[in-house]
Design a binder for this molecule. Structure first.
Ligand code: NAD
Length: 370
């Protein structure tokens, strides 16, 4: 049985509670003889700041670098709202993304039929939705220089952010999107603003070339990012993989999130380049939600986004697509049977806690595997 090394960073707030449930899922996969997972745990965010005065220690960064994949819970909370900027909880996540070179952010938006009524859109628009937003994560306007606020001679201020992309940055994210589409429904929709931005013109040219040269079997369409936002709420099922830059991806993936109902349901993956020595991609898997301080420590958090993030690790880091399908099916079945945590329960519906939801998913894995 293959064995993998996972580095767990539960973080703050509900992070540790939902990570406990993932550990039960890991144990199940080991006991079932599918794959075994060696785990080590570290500190990130506010808890790391309390322990080391930093949002992540050098020792934990080294463990993250060495792991086959990192599972990350959530960071932050009111206790650390006034921590110095450089060591604030989010700095731990940004350091991980930067040092592991995680340039591709994958956010699936899947609407389980059982939860279609939790979306703000009509059931027929979202039921059965399964799209994947691939966002470039380490370039573009959030990182481009100059980035400054300057005072002009007349006393007025001027703020500048710079949108920059190079051919290489666009090529590598495009390849990620095309490769993913090949394992799905073979369609990439590339979103940019070539009508008003030079970076959009280059993005469009590079994606078109990569598509023609290497992925002629994948359908490629180009869509202006503002139109893509509109289409996502009009008829999202027209999409398979949406490929986009850092800024537009930030906005489009949040729209994608709302299509599915609750933050507690949304997993994500951040992938880097292939490591020359190990041949593996650096990868970090995390729920989209934050540390939910309002419910932390009460056993109420929905663990599905965290468990779904592990399912993405099975699929994208370990090539265990069937195991990932099994876990996704277990989640879908538990929801179809009517189990709900508070965040996804409708009015009057009984809600279970974090542990009950986690245990039900593990039990369902057992039933499916029999
Ligand atoms: P949040 O995602 O933590 O919570 C928003 C709302 O959704 C809350 O009402 C919360 O109870 C609910 N919620 C979130 N996840 C849930 C789950 N799994 N189950 C049930 N309900 C859930 O966002 P916020 O309140 O804006 O931020 C709280 C803290 O988290 C802040 O310190 C923020 O900086 C941090 N944050 C961290 C990350 C991260 O670690 N990647 C992301 C976003 C926010």
């Amino acid at each position: 049985m293959a064995s993998y090394n996972l580095f767990l960073l539960p973080g703050d707030g509900i992070g540790p509670e939902i990570m406990v449930e993932v550990k039960e899922v890991l144990k199940w996969f080991g006991a079932a003889g599918i794959a075994s997972f060696e785990t080590e745990s570290g500190l990130v965010g506010g808890c790391a700041y309390d322990a080391h005065g930093k949002a992540i220690s050098e020792e934990d960064m080294a463990l993250a670098q060495a792991a086959d994949a990192v599972l990350f819970g959530a960071v932050g909370g009111p206790k650390w709202d006034h921590a110095p900027y450089d060591v604030r909880p989010e700095a731990g996540l940004l350091r991980l993304r930067k040092d592991l070179g995680l340039f591709a952010n994958l956010r699936p938006a899947i609407c389980y039929p059982a939860l279609a009524d939790a979306s703000s859109l009509k059931r027929e628009v979202v039921e059965g939705l399964d799209i994947l937003i691939v966002r470039e994560l380490t370039g573009g306007v959030y990182f481009g220089e100059p980035k400054e606020i300057v005072t002009l001679e007349n006393g007025e201020k001027r703020a500048v952010d710079t949108q920059v992309y190079t051919t290489h940055e666009i090529e590598r994210i495009a390849r990620v999107a095309f490769d993913l589409a090949k394992a799905r429904r073979n369609k990439v929709s590339s979103a940019e603003k070539r009508n008003v931005m030079k970076s959009g013109v280059l993005w469009n040219q590079v994606v078109t070339r990569i598509g023609k040269e290497n992925y002629s079997d994948v359908t490629l369409e180009h869509v202006l990012a503002d139109n893509c936002a509109m289409q996502l709420v009009r008829w999202p099922k027209q999409y398979d993989v949406i490929l986009t830059d850092n800024l537009f991806g930030d906005v489009l993936s949040d729209i994608g999130a709302m299509l599915t109902g609750s933050l507690g349901m949304l997993p994500s993956a951040s992938l880097g380049g292939v490591d020359a020595t190990t041949g593996r991609k650096k990868a970090l898997y995390e729920p989209v939600h934050g540390s939910a301080p309002d419910i932390a420590g009460r056993g109420l958090a929905n663990p599905i986004a965290m468990i779904g993030s592990f399912a993405m690790a099975l699929r994208y880091s370990f090539g265990l697509g069937e195991a990932a399908d099994l876990l996704d099916t277990a989640i879908a079945n538990v929801l179809a049977a009517g189990l709900r945590t508070k965040d996804i329960a409708s009015a009057g519906q009984n809600a279970v806690g974090t542990k009950e939801m986690g245990a039900a998913i593990v039990k369902e894995l057992g039933s499916l595997a029999r």
